[in-house]
Design a protein around this ligand. Sequence first.
Ligand SMILES: [Zn+2]
Length: 166
Amino acid sequence: MGFYKVKCKKCDEQWEVMVPFTDLEGMICGGRDYYDRPVQWRDTPEGTVENTEGCGNLVERIVELKPFAIAGSSLDTHGVDNVNGYWSPSFGRYFKNKHACYAHAEANGYRAVSQREADDALGGQYNNLQKQDEVGKTYSENLKKAKGDKVEAAAKTFVPQNMQDK
Ligand SMILES: [Zn+2]
């Protein structure tokens, strides 16, 4: 379903019709649209439009590319009409555009970060994991030294060096 501009060569008139694409072929001047409304009309000198009956000639589609907003900015096209959409790898879904993605992120408590911030955060996470790893290793070694005494091993692992008895 869409708006298509068509032209009758015989009447030399153009108009827009709202029909499924497949109905365009075979549409005649004087035909009806998807809602069974007569689609012929022309502008009057008074600035209004008047219905015309059409001549029964086959009409031709006029291909005219123009942006056409089919819904509000919050529209989530789910990839169906993704020609103008924005795929967010972070959210794993399509948004109408990048702005809609950021709006969604903000509304859900996310914050857009720069690549630098993202790198820093990942780096910090990595360092923390590495530290945990080292602590884990130290604890294992201390546990061995303490012959399985977990309290002693923990005390040696987590108490500062200068406070340890040995
Ligand atoms: Zn016609």
